[in-house]
Write a protein that binds this ligand. Sequence first.
Ligand SMILES: C[S@@+](CC[C@H](N)C(=O)[O-])C[C@H]1O[C@@H](n2cnc3c(N)ncnc32)[C@H](O)[C@@H]1O
Length: 255
Amino acid sequence: MKHAMLLELLDGQISFAPLGKSPQNILDIGTGTGIWAIDAGDRWPMARVRGMDISPVQPVWVPPNVDFLVDDCEQEWLMRGELDYAHFRFMAIVLKDLPVVLGHAMEALKPGGWIEFQELNCEVFCDDDTMPDDDPVKVLYDFSQEAFAKFNMNITMPKILRRYLADAGFVNIQCVVKKVPIGVWAKDKTLRLVGMYQKMAILEIMEALAGRPFDALGLDPVQREMILMEARKGLDNPRVHRYFNYYFWFAQKPL
Ligand SMILES: C[S@@+](CC[C@H](N)C(=O)[O-])C[C@H]1O[C@@H](n2cnc3c(N)ncnc32)[C@H](O)[C@@H]1O
């Protein structure tokens, strides 16, 4: 669903890095269902596209130039100086040690090869004063930020990736930020669809947030249920113009 959402948001584009017409070696790190890697395999039929994940949940029927590798990207990678493109999506928050992973990516890329992160920054914003400070969706994400911090996870990591890329030695660092409406309040038809996808994604992840993360905050089951219930109600209110920022970072290994 989020792949479909990003295709709408980016007008069918799946990457920002200027890869040219014929990249040869592409790695999708933390590929999940492999949907990005499969799409990339169709778009660049001459490239070898590999998806890596610790969890073997990828499909078997894939384009002939796509395959999957079960591996932990925080451990040593098998590749050396051979990748044209290392792609990460919804991974910056998940990784335990981002600098280590960036080091592996740097080694695996060719000189001049590109790295890209496509990430959701989990802070709720509003530009037109329709969102009060105690807005229930904002409250849900404020609690989440606090809860994930207990596990040493920073859910606003996407906005500070420049520093990590620079420290790892990447150059030509570029960033595109896109606003994604939460819910169907946008005037633009495509953004309304994107907002609907985003709302569904929040509804899906809510129960998980209320589990271990909210447990770590010491919230009791009644408090948790209240937070979820209010947030669900809030999501149905199109008069509040909430949005997330999505960050698309891309940078190059020095030549
Ligand atoms: C939020 S999902 C992202 C899925 C995919 N990138 C997408 O956009 O559709 C995170 C994925 O990262 C994988 N993952 C988490 N830690 C990993 C690690 N250390 N090495 C490889 N994969 C990892 C998880 O198994 C999960 O499939």
